[in-house]
Design a protein around this ligand. Structure first.
Ligand code: ZN
Length: 207
């Protein structure tokens, strides 16, 4: 396999990228200046050392020193009574842009597909339980489920509810989900800040 073919294979592994787009990326690099390509390759090779996964919310964050938690989890001004559970890091970014939410987050790492009977669910269920337990000691009152408005998102919400039911049984913690605003089939990541703001403000209690 040539280096060009290897590069195309790497791009094909990117989320949402097919083989035709992967080829376009690779050929695009050939037209870029040497400086740009050098900067890009330097960024790619250093990104894993410069970025850490937060042990509380599991989002990736850029480290400046030896801090352990991300800037959101370690910010004492954030409302620690609220925990918003999302699928991906990009959902956190989208929600932060709406500037209406001041609580904490948990990144589940994906969805639990409705039509998938595999036993090994690839989301951070155990870690979520752990974080909820820790947040309970911190005054947690509300868990907001913010998954995509589609069958997989709804199934994921059911999975999370079932997962934490016993944990919050004897506590004042309520569970809510995003209200109207996000249309059917839409995902948080692609929603504009205004839409997310309305969906959060119109959230309703489900448990
Ligand atoms: Zn965090």
């Amino acid at each position: 396999m040539t280096n060009l073919e290897k590069l195309i294979r790497h791009f094909e592994k990117f989320p949402g990228i097919g083989s035709r787009q992967a080829r376009r990326f690779a050929f695009h690099l050939l037209t870029e200046s040497k400086e740009n390509v050098a900067e890009l390759s330097e960024l790619i090779s250093s990104i894993q050392n410069a970025v850490s996964e937060c042990p509380s919310c599991f989002r990736f964050f850029s480290r400046y020193g030896n801090e352990i938690e991300c800037t959101i989890c370690s910010n004492t001004l954030r409302d620690r009574t609220k925990l918003l559970v999302v699928e991906r890091d990009t959902d956190v970014d989208a929600t932060e842009r709406s500037r209406v939410y001041d609580g904490l987050y948990f990144v589940l790492g994906g969805t639990v597909p409705l039509l998938d009977s595999r036993e090994d669910i690839k989301v951070r269920g155990g870690a979520l339980k752990h974080t909820v337990e820790a947040r309970l000691k911190d005054g947690l009152k509300e868990i907001i489920l913010a998954f995509g408005i589609n069958p997989d998102g709804e199934n994921t919400a059911r999975y999370v509810q079932h997962l934490i039911r016993d944990l919050i049984a004897e506590t004042p913690v309520t569970i809510s989900e995003l209200g109207r605003g996000l249309s059917t089939g839409s995902e948080l990541e692609y929603a504009d800040p205004e839409t997310i703001k309305h969906a959060l403000q119109a959230r309703r209690r489900i448990a």
